[in-house]
Design a protein around this ligand. Sequence first.
Ligand code: PEP
Ligand code: MG
Length: 732
Amino acid sequence: MFARLREALASGAASLPDIATLVCQELPADACAIYVARAGEFLELAATHGLNISAVGRTRLRIGEGIIGIVASSGDALNLADAQNHPRFAYKSEIGEENFTAMLAMPVKRAGRILGVLSLQNRQPKAFAPLEVESVATVAMLLAEILARAGATNLPEEGLGDALPRRYAGHILAPGIARGTVLAYGAAPPIVHLLTDDPEAELKRLNRAVDQANRSLDGLIAASLPGGNAPRDVLDAYRMVAQSAGWLTRVKEAISDGLTAETAVDKIARDLRERMRKIGDPYLRERLADIEDMIGRLMVALGGAAPKPERADGFLLLVRRLGPADLLDWHARGITGVAIEEASASGHAAILARALGLPALQVERGAVEAAHEGDEALIDAEGATFILRPEPEVVQVYDRALFARSIRTAELAKYRDLPARTRDGTAISLMLNVGLALELDQLDRTGADGIGLYRTEIAALASGGLPDVAAQAAEYGKVLDRAHGRRVQFRTLDLGADKLLPGEPGPAEENPAMGWRSLRVGLDRPAILRRQLRALLLGAQGRPLSIMFPMVATVEEFRLARDLLEAEAARIRPAPETLEAGTMIEVPSLLFQLPGLLAEADFVSVGTNDLMQFLFAADRGTPELADRYDTLSAPVLEMIERLATACAEADVPLSICGEAAGRPLDALAFAAVGVTTLSMSGNAILPVKAMLAAADLTTFRPILRELRRAGAAGGSIREPLAGWAREHNLPV
Ligand code: PEP
Ligand code: MG
């Protein structure tokens, strides 16, 4: 079929009716119809073979009307054995399809836009076979190129509302605010040569392009961020997926079927996107995003896509998907923010964006489609909104906020080299929460006292698996190198619940957050935990080592974990200068075992993220509950105060390492009830230091006590606390 299509196209004589006839003959099918999208949201029958020719130009269906309209509105193909009895079938008398039963309706799509629908019909009530569906999908893709090239759809370039401001809700991938001009990269130009009669030559072109794309990827990885090992873990895993042979084999098969190299790559990319839309598992989606990153490189190498601009300073990147290599690439070209339609906070791109300090949002679908090159936009990755073509007044508000922020950043810089202490002289140790080697730069940038929480599972999640002992040991050794003697508290793997490795189906549990996760898995399947403990001991190479266990619920569990650590430690030389075993306090049951726990643990660290969700029975991932319960409330402060007192009496160091520790007002309250070590993400250190430096705990404590009494019913006391702080010129 493709050979005949190519001949018809090459002769320049291929019209839509010719294509309809050819498809009918080659597939074969009893009838073929080509509907083309027209301005005003309807589809018009533009050509047919097998139906009434007189209906051409007359039969029209609204988007959503009938089988054709459903396919146009959903963008998904429908393959029906009996279309006439489909509840949404729309009968059009003029078209003469009474005798046809089976129908395959395929969307004709280009760059996410529906240009029309290609339909095949048969008299026999039998759905089309998978191979037939595959062939029709390829014809629909070619048809899309032909329609786009001919400008055949007369869809308005500048449709209604294309100049109006638009707001899109989003999810924060990496916090921050950025304003700039939209760079909607990735809208492919029409492919010039769709089909080939020389597949051999096309395969050679493909191989050359693959080499070139691999070289560009290797170059990018080699020259990635300063500071060496930075995103290697992410990128190496990405490269494995991107360069894996599976999808390239499919591209080669498509070339053997008669498609040119760029058409074949484009076709496989479309298939992937289609599959990606249906995949619920975020990690699998991320792997597919990795492949698409590579596809972009291939298209550039094949001349089927414009190369990236040399510089993109001040631009905001707006894309459907983004792989980690591309993100690094764009970052190096100067973008100041990124909005991605299909991304998850735990995905590669998000992890890198956070490590790079680049504001990043996942935006609702539709933003890419609505944006035009050169539009102004705002990425508000604090209010979780993407604003396209913002009104001047809105821009002014954000500009003022950005200006105030830049002044504040400059003011905060002075705290970097000052010790963290309150105005009354109480020393508070501020430490970093880190998940990737890439973030270690922040140790020096923020003047942190060390790493209070090294989340070892993040690197495993980013690279899609657990490396072997030697590779883990190398990672941990580097962390200690970069810490230059500052304290590092390594937390053992905290996988499960929302943190699943790719390929791990995730147990079928009603409540995975309270399920078989984290240390529970480690104790039941000790081999992985022991390997990690060995790697930590090896990486320390005789230096002091502090290890803490997550999700401990009983002293007994802590003891079992510590025993595993000691068993490993007995075998490894050089032994660490000091070896401390601590625990996270995330499960409320531990609060009722304090005497036993504090007699055995060398240190404890409160994970408020999990502790809050278990204390209030409020899932931390449910947006509706996000503001319902507050760390700044009487019960939580009561709990922290009692814990701080017990730790002080038992002489066991206590820290808080949940998100709350990085909020200046919460940090102040924690300091007031006796917590002297707080661990937080890098961007929180200086604001918290500034808050502490301005606050006098001796005047603040009675106020807090009063507010706690007034809030004894358990609600939030944040508002009155913030009011008091503002009155006293504290930087809330
Ligand atoms: C916590 O639960 O507060 C914590 C620090 O651990 P994570 O956020 O990694 O679950
Ligand atoms: Mg936790």
